[in-house]
Design a protein around this ligand. Structure first.
Ligand SMILES: Cc1ncc(COP(=O)(O)O)c(C=O)c1O
Length: 455
């Protein structure tokens, strides 16, 4: 593999428009942004998008133009869903305060959410972000195992605190993770040649041995159970089980990061880990949990939490507030009432079938992967995945943007189209995406811009 690894925030990013920004109002806002946000500013697209409102799977620009959203998983039950908006608004107008008083909505939410997990995971801690949940998960795992070492995949992203950045190799622009963090290859079936479960577990055992050789005891294996930043690896269900057994045998914990696959996205129940038939020691979650209101948290076994609580108190000012609980409860209700898990399965299934068809027509599509409404379309020269083609994907993403569709890239080499819309997208929306992709690829082929094509 000769391609260069891409830092996660560089994917699809605005890095100065060739020929300038067309819309003078957008140009003025970009200038203001640069002056205030400085070097840390990250924007999408060469012609950045200025948006003003959204509903369902549609986002509207200041110009009034509609964009179909195939990128955003935070407004998971649909942008500005009226049930969530009403629940949060009513609660904000009545009371919003920290969690050291009793409140029925907070309790109702905790109980309803815990009821969706295996029985042993019966305690919950709320946070505001997935990063905070993962940070806490690392601390609980360290206490429970007596170790400090963590194993992660090579393009993992788990968040932005100091400790969590260390276990997020895709965040590194330079340098490498510290010695207590060992990376393993993502579970790409092509890499493990038909032995995915065993091969991935062997990689975990290799990382455990490497940690031990350096005198570091393993504390745990943490994975995003759909491996989104690695390029989306979902199949075959069950492949994680042997790796989980291996880390436990070495005294470590298994932490399932459900920030991406959780809350029904895979179309097979609420949680990604369940597809693998494993019960994690800790599950972390966030993003879609409050449909845009910051709600996140972790669930674990009571004894793990009790051990942690012997050493430290944990308080999070904004977490588990009545408004956060109202948002979270409304999201769970809407997932049920709007049959969103079923929608993820049916619309996701149709989308996957159509993308596979497109792949037959265009060999530059080297793989279509995923589950439910978390799909990935990989682009490479030669069609075997060995020579990533992020340039072709980037042109496709720009073309989709021109046609009014928002979407992004993933994977270590930025050559994987990440298809991750709100769960309320329809079959018509799925067709809009694939038709637009087909149009753009046909135009690229006609212009001799696809490998193997000539003008
Ligand atoms: C798998 C995964 N874990 C954790 C996080 C961190 O969540 P947050 O941005 O809410 O801190 C992210 C964010 O993208 C993520 O994708």
């Amino acid at each position: 593999m000769t391609a260069k690894a891409t830092e996660i925030l560089a994917l699809n990013a605005f890095s100065g428009a060739e020929g300038g920004i067309r819309d003078p109002e957008v140009a003025a806002l970009v200038e203001r942004r640069k002056r205030t946000f400085g070097a840390a500013s990250v924007l999408f697209y060469r012609q950045p998008l200025r948006i003003v409102r959204a509903e369902g799977a549609n986002v509207y620009a200041a110009s009034g133009r509609r964009y179909l959203d195939f990128y955003n998983n935070v407004p998971s039950v649909g942008h500005c869903h009226p049930v969530v908006v009403e629940a949060v608004s009513k609660q904000l107008a009545a009371l919003n305060i920290h969690a050291r008083y009793l409140h029925e909505t907070v309790q109702d939410y905790a109980e309803k959410l815990l009821a969706t997990f295996p029985r042993e995971l019966s305690n919950i801690i709320f946070t505001c972000t997935g990063s905070e949940a993962n940070d806490l998960a690392l601390r609980i795992a360290r206490k429970a195992s007596g170790g400090t070492g963590f194993i992660v995949t090579e393009a993992a992203y788990h968040g932005n605190t100091a400790a969590v950045t260390e276990i997020s190799p895709s965040s590194y622009k330079t340098g490498a993770p510290p010695p207590h963090v060992r990376t393993i290859a993502p579970p790409d079936p092509r890499r493990f040649r038909g032995q995915l479960g065993t091969g991935f577990a062997q990689a975990v055992r290799g990382a455990i041995a490497a940690l031990k050789a350096d005198g570091i005891r393993p504390a745990g294996l943490i994975v995003d159970t759909i491996f989104s930043s690695d390029g989306v690896f979902a199949d075959p269900p069950g492949f994680l089980a042997e790796a989980v057994r291996s880390v436990r045998k070495a005294g470590g914990l298994f932490i399932a990061d459900e920030v991406q696959p959780g809350f029904g996205r895979t179309g097979a129940g609420l949680w990604g880990f369940a597809r693998h038939g494993v019960v994690p020691d800790i599950v972390t979650m966030g993003k879609p949990m409050g449909n845009g209101y910051p709600v996140a948290g972790l669930v674990t076994r009571p004894e793990l939490l009790a051990a942690f609580a012997e050493d430290f108190g944990y308080f999070n000012t904004f977490a588990a507030s009545p408004a956060a609980a109202a948002a979270g409860l409304a999201v769970l209700n809407v997932i049920e009432q709007d049959h969103l898990i079923e929608n993820a399965a049916t619309v996701g299934g149709r989308l996957r079938a159509r993308l596979l068809d497109l792949g037959k027509r265009y060999p530059v599509i080297s793989a279509v992967r995923g589950a439910g409404l978390y799909l990935a379309v990989e682009f490479s020269r030669g069609g075997d995945g060995e020579r990533p083609a992020p340039d072709i994907l980037s042109a496709l993403i720009d073309g989709l943007y021109e046609r009014g569709i928002l979407i992004g890239a993933a994977g270590r080499y930025g050559n994987t189209l990440k298809v991750r819309p709100p769960l309320c997208v329809t079959a018509i929306n799925a067709d809009e995406l694939v038709d637009a992709m087909a149009e753009i690829l046909a135009a690229m082929e006609a212009a001799g811009r696809l490998p193997g094509s000539s003008v």
